[in-house]
Ligand binder design. Structure first.
Ligand code: FBP
Length: 550
């Protein structure tokens, strides 16, 4: 493998573990749990894995000579910095339990498990990937693991490899499926355990017990570095507005965190737009108002952050997308008809098939964007918001609004605009010290849960703003995070997605400051992630967590 000097140095980094996981921790059972909502339905659907207690590890003197365990690991969904460290944590954890334990990696996500494609992860392979970004050690994929024939196929290979357990590293959808799988295997008394690990840069897999999903820290640090660089350029040239779309699918956690780190002039928070029932023109008017006022003060430049999921939170667009989802649902007659149409006829055809209000919205937006709203959904039925150029939609509409304002004498400048989309730039970055430590600990805790015979749990590490030594490692029954939601027209048990809490400290702080940041130029330029140096530069985690835990 060709590696950079930094990577060579970084490979030597020994991730920190909490005290409780040094050696072999002692398992302590906490309170019994129940799901966040819809308790009766969830209990009925998960008779074997519902209501289990929270568990945590404490420093202990558990006998070291435990039986070897063979574990299979899967990376599921979008990449997030630190995935390789979860895997190295599992590897070191099971070897610590018994050096004869083995780790197998299924290739290309859940599909590898169903198609029996795997490699044994040896010490040599693991060492090449310690503290590196990416998921390339075994690859990832978005195949849904939700049908019984898939579960049975997985069991075949598990038996062949003598696996005791599977660790599924994924976001809310993948962990929901991991829990369904755990329940199925428990019901069959197959002896196979399933443990989940909370991954996603989006930051929306979190709750009281899961303080953060891994990758969020590193990805937002990378985006904030880039935003800071753009802010400095903008403040130097003083001639452009930069409209920056930020990944994060539904929730605006990434946008909010980056705003807290960089203090740009405008940050849209989708959850707030939805709560205030703002229309597309309300959002455009808000942005144009700030741009015009800054121009009046002589500042014809600035930076605006736009969450990628915004369109799904604007009520009129949400209704349109929901109607498109039904019309274009995979396997339906209308989807087949749509696919047979010439591309140039599609928008008018769709407009005739949906409600008059939604048709009006569809026809009012640029046709390029309208076509992007009709692209294939992902395997979980979600609109692929990363493919919708929301920043350009807003840029074009704001440009028009400013022209109107100019003709009324309410805008005194020229609107120069640059567009950016930050998403893929941060998903495979080398993990920050925080993510390197956090991920390694999540993996190590997963191996301890497996060795304790647990199934249907998600690996959890809490107290994350304290030094790693004091982190609390353990497991949370996945059913605890579930509620019933409508998916593809049916009510299903799913892990509740955590959107930005408009009553939470991070949003409240942002709200108290955004007026000041809009008109004064209070930019912060965070600079690149630092891996070596003082702890208050290298080891600190997100502003979101800091404000939440203050
Ligand atoms: P996960 O929820 O699987 O972690 O993926 C999140 C994400 O990075 C979103 O922010 C983004 O909308 C999406 O993946 C992009 O998907 P793809 O990698 O398929 O282009």
């Amino acid at each position: 493998m060709n590696i950079s000097a930094l990577q060579k140095e970084r490979a030597k980094y020994q991730p920190k573990l909490p005290k409780s996981l040094k050696g072999i921790g002692k398992l302590v059972e906490g309170e019994k749990t129940q799901s966040v909502a819809d308790q009766d339905e969830i209990k009925k659907l998960f008779p074997n894995t519902y209501g289990m207690p929270l568990v945590s590890f404490e420093e202990g003197t558990v006998a070291a000579n435990r039986a070897p365990i063979n574990v299979g690991v899967i990376l599921s969904g979008g990449q997030a910095p630190g995935g390789h460290n979860v895997i190295s944590g599992i590897f070191d954890g099971i070897k610590n339990i018994n050096p004869k334990s083995r780790l197998y990696g299924f290739l290309g996500g859940p599909e590898g498990l169903i198609e029996h494609k795997y490699i044994e992860l040896t010490a040599e392979i693991i060492d090449d990937y310690r503290n590196t970004g990416g998921f390339d050690i075994i690859g990832s994929g978005r195949t849904k693991l939700e049908e019984e024939w898939q579960f049975d196929k997985a069991l075949e290979i598990a038996k062949d490899l003598d696996l005791t357990s599977l660790v599924i590293i994924g976001g809310d959808d993948s962990n929901t499926n991991a829990c369904v799988l755990a329940e199925y295997y428990a019901g069959k008394k197959s002896g196979m355990q399933v443990i989940g690990c909370p991954k996603t840069i989006d930051g929306d897999l979190k709750n009281e017990m899961i303080e953060a999903s891994f990758g969020f820290d590193t990805a937002t640090k990378v985006y904030s570095e880039l935003i800071g660089n753009i802010q400095r350029d903008s403040n130097s040239a003083k001639k452009y507005w930069h409209f920056i779309k930020l990944m994060g699918r539904s929730a605006s956690h990434i946008g909010l965190e980056c705003a807290l780190k960089t203090q740009p002039n405008i940050t849209l928070i989708s959850e707030e737009v939805e709560k205030k029932k703002q229309t597309l023109s309300d959002v455009v008017n808000y942005m144009a108002g700030i741009i015009a006022k800054r121009a009046e003060n002589g500042d014809s430049f600035g930076v605006a952050l736009i969450p990628e999921g915004l369109v799904e939170f604007i009520p009129e667009m949400k209704k349109l997308i929901a109607e498109l989802n039904d019309l274009l649902a995979e396997g339906t007659k209308t989807e087949r008809e749509f696919k047979h149409l010439k591309k140039s006829h599609r928008i008018t055809w769709v407009a005739e098939m949906i409600s008059p209000e939604s048709a009006k919205v569809l026809l009012s937006i640029p046709s390029r964007i309208a076509s992007q709203l009709m692209l294939d959904r992902d395997p979980h039925g979600n609109v692929q918001v990363s493919l919708i150029e929301t920043e350009k939609l807003l840029g074009e509409m704001v440009g028009k609004k400013l022209e109107e304002m100019k003709s009324e004498g309410k805008y005194v400048s020229n609107f120069g605009i640059q567009y950016h989309f930050f998403g893929y730039e941060g998903r495979c970055a080398a993990p920050s010290n925080f993510d390197a430590d956090y991920c390694y600990t999540l993996g190590f805790a997963a191996s301890a849960l497996v060795s304790e015979g647990k199934t249907g749990y998600m690996s959890s590490v809490r107290n994350l703003t304290a030094p790693a030594d004091e982190w609390i490692a353990g497991g949370v029954p996945t059913t605890m995070m579930m509620n019933m939601e409508k998916r593809h027209g049916h009510m299903k048990p799913v892990i509740q997605k955590a959107l930005v809490d408009l009553e939470g400290a991070p949003y409240k702080y942002f709200k108290s400051k955004r007026g000041e940041w809009a008109y004064n130029t209070n930019f912060i330029y965070p600079g690149p992630i630092q891996y070596f140096g003082p702890s208050d530069v290298c080891d600190v985690t997100t502003e979101t967590l800091k404000l939440e835990q203050e």
